[in-house]
Structure formats: C-alpha cells, structure tokens
Design a protein around this ligand. Structure first.
Ligand SMILES: Cc1cc2nc3c(=O)[nH]c(=O)nc-3n(C[C@H](O)[C@H](O)[C@H](O)COP(=O)(O)OP(=O)(O)OC[C@H]3O[C@@H](n4cnc5c(N)ncnc54)[C@H](O)[C@@H]3O)c2cc1C
Ligand code: SF4
Length: 329
C-alpha cells in the first residue's frame, strides 16, 4: 500500500489552501462535537504526502502532434501566468493564474492544487470558535445543518478557483494517476454539485497534468473577476469567456462562457447559439451574453455580499469583459 492509499492521507503541493484549512480543522472527516473538540489528534490526516520534489510534474510543453499544451500539476501559478505559450495562445488562462491571491501565494501555489481547491463558504472558512458561535458548525464542519439553505441536506459551498472556469471554457482535460492506472477526462466532468466532495477523484489518485487543446482558428478569450481586494482575495464573481472567430477575425463562430463562485461546480451557460454569425464588436453580442448570464446564474449566500448584488455583478462583469475583448487589437 502506498502512503496515498492510507485512509485519510492528503496530498500537499504548495500548501497554500490545505495548510490554512487544516489549522481551522476543515476538510477533515466529519465528527461529532465533543469535549475534546476539533483538537482531537485522531481527526487530523494520518499522513501528508508532499509533491514538492516531484520534478516530473513541473513542466509546460507544447505538443503540436497531439494539438495540446501540456501543463504539469506542479507548475506554479506564477510560472503559468507568465509562460510565453500561455500568454500568446491562452490569454484567459494567463489572466486567471495571475489573478489568484498575491505574488508570494502564486509563487507557492500550483495549478494542481488550484483545480483541487476545497470549496468555500462564509459559514465554514472561519475559526472553530467562530463556527461554534453559530450553534455548532454545519454539514461541512462539526454540525448537521446548512446555514445557506436552511433545511437543506446538501452542502452548496462555492467552487472559488480562478482557473477552473477558464480551463472548462477552453475544453481542457485533466489527467489523474492512481492505484487503478492513469485516466484522462474532460475537466468539466471532474466536478460535481456537492460541497463536501466536489470532485470525481478516486481514492489514492493525484492530478498529474492538464491538457489544453490548441485553438484551431482565430480566438479571443478573457477572464474577469470581482473581489473586494484585488491584491489578495478570492473571487466573489468570476466569468471566463472564449469566442472562436471566423477567418475575418471579427465574426463570432462559437462562444463558451463559464461562471464561477455559484455552487460547488462552475456553470457553463447554454442558449448562446444566436450569438454565432454576429460581429464581436456588435453591442448586441455583449448584451445577449450578459443577459443570458444573469438569467441562468443564481448565486447563493455562500460567500460574502448579497446574492442579488452578485447576480447583478455577473451581468455587469460579463458585459465589460466582452467590451474589452471587442476593443482589443
Ligand atoms: C490569502 C489567500 C488568498 C487566496 N486567494 C485565492 C484566489 O484569489 N483564487 C484562487 O483560486 N485561490 C486562492 N487561494 C487558494 C490557493 O492559494 C490557490 O488555489 C492555490 O493554487 C492552491 O494550490 P496549492 O499548490 O497551494 O494547493 P495545496 O494547498 O497544496 O492543496 C490544495 C488541495 O489540492 C490538493 N492537491 C494539491 N495538489 C494536488 C494534486 N496534484 N493532485 C490531487 N490533489 C492535489 C490538496 O490535497 C488539497 O486538498 C488563496 C489562498 C490564500 C491563503
Ligand atoms: S453551504 Fe451550508 S453546509 Fe455547506 S459549508 Fe456552507 S453552511 Fe455549511
């Protein structure tokens, strides 16, 4: 049995998400409140497996034969955001990686950790003392209720990764290696609507690589996020946009828009077919897509700020992003 197959074993990459969570006794198997409280040592992972010296996970390589950019799970967010191929071919991915937290965190944090980031909620990403004041935690910590959806039996904590909506918008594939072998699946299928277990990772698996298909024609892509402090905070609203263009580089051939920070998985907008054939610079395009985002996205009170305000901001930020794309040279 490998260390990763031990029950409760956890992987540490940059440690920028898992270590604060462990200090707050989050992301651990659920346990009843008791006199020993969250400090009970048996509740902590029996083993942490560091990936920091696995150099095989660290490369970014253009694979023209397979038509993909291969990104190792151990690549840091700084390396990803600044890599020339990423900047040139996938501007939205460069933007999203460069929008995570602050430079020191981007120098430590990896893309593998980012796509496996735990879900977040205003009621659970707090100290144990704070959570106790709510009357004993919630489904994701020490309790058995949900404060976001009273009476709900399903955790709806938010997927707050900056990069995941972008990787979905680019039709990326995630590669998982584990005791049963190596498998690759569309990253969109890796997530599920369950804040307690929001990925389809199998026991003992690690993410080894992300594969992003190279554009087959002209394309514009953009990532936009709203957060309180641009220098450090998680997104409260995030939108990833990809417009594939006709050969004239002005007419929309296809569009894919993915919105984050709703529930435990990002939402890919539907009903955008009418945008095809229109000029990207046509103000109707920005209006149609922004209205679709507003109609199809219903934020919850799982992160700070009122859900109704965040819903308005999804429309505003989507429109702004498309206007910026249309204005770009
Ligand atoms: C102050 C602060 C602000 C932040 N702001 C943002 C933000 O704005 N946007 C954002 O997206 N994130 C933010 N983060 C979260 C975090 O820094 C990033 O998401 C980072 O990319 C996590 O990567 P890591 O390598 O540090 O992951 P780790 O903390 O090492 O791991 C995170 C999770 O992924 C798992 N994991 C790691 N690598 C692998 C792998 N290869 N295979 C399988 N599982 C793996 C770990 O077991 C753990 O569950 C913030 C964190 C802090 C502390
Ligand atoms: S969504 Fe509900 S159950 Fe999930 S972390 Fe928030 S309060 Fe807890």
């Amino acid at each position: 049995m490998t260390a990763l197959q031990r029950p409760g074993a956890r992987v540490v990459a940059g440690g920028t998400d898992i270590l604060p969570n462990l200090k707050h006794h989050l992301g651990l198997p659920s346990r009843p409140s008791g006199p020993e409280g969250p400090q009970h040592p048996a509740e902590l992972p029996p083993v942490l497996v560091s990936l920091s010296r696995v150099t095989a996970l660290r490369g970014i390589a253009l694979d023209e034969a397979a038509g993909v950019l291969r990104i190792g799970a151990g690549v840091t967010l700084s390396q990803l955001s600044e890599h020339p191929e990423v900047v040139a071919r996938f501007p939205s991915l460069s933007q999203s990686a460069g929008a995570v937290a602050s430079p020191p965190i981007r120098n430590m944090g990896t893309i593998g950790g980012n796509v496996n980031l735990d879900t977040r909620c205003r009621y659970v990403n707090q100290t144990h003392f704070w959570r106790e004041a709510l009357g004993g935690g919630c489904l994701k910590s020490e309790g058995n209720v949900c404060h976001v959806v009273p009476g709900g039996r399903n955790c709806v904590a938010a997927m707050s990764s900056d990069n995941v909506p972008v990787l979905i918008s680019l039709d990326a594939t995630i590669v998982q290696a584990g005791p049963e072998g190596v498998r690759a699946l569309p990253i969109e299928e890796y997530y599920k609507a369950d804040g307690l277990a929001h990925t389809n990772a199998k026991p003992g698996e690690v993410t080894t690589e992300l594969r992003v298909p190279l554009p087959k024609g002209p394309r514009r892509s953009h990532y936009i996020k709203w957060s309180v402090r641009k220098s450090i905070d998680f997104p409260l609203v995030s939108v990833a946009l990809r417009f594939d263009l006709e050969a004239d580089e002005a007419t929309v051939a296809a569009v894919k828009v993915v919105v984050g920070v709703l529930g435990s998985k990002p939402r890919t907008l539907g009903k955008l077919d009418d945008v095809a054939g229109k000029k990207l610079a046509d103000p109707a395009v920005a209006r149609m897509v922004a209205d679709a985002a507003y109609a199809q996205c219903k934020p919850l009170e799982n992160v700070p700020y009122e859900a109704a305000y965040r819903r308005d901001m999804i429309r505003v930020y989507t429109r702004r992003a498309i206007e910026a794309l249309a204005a770009a040279e």
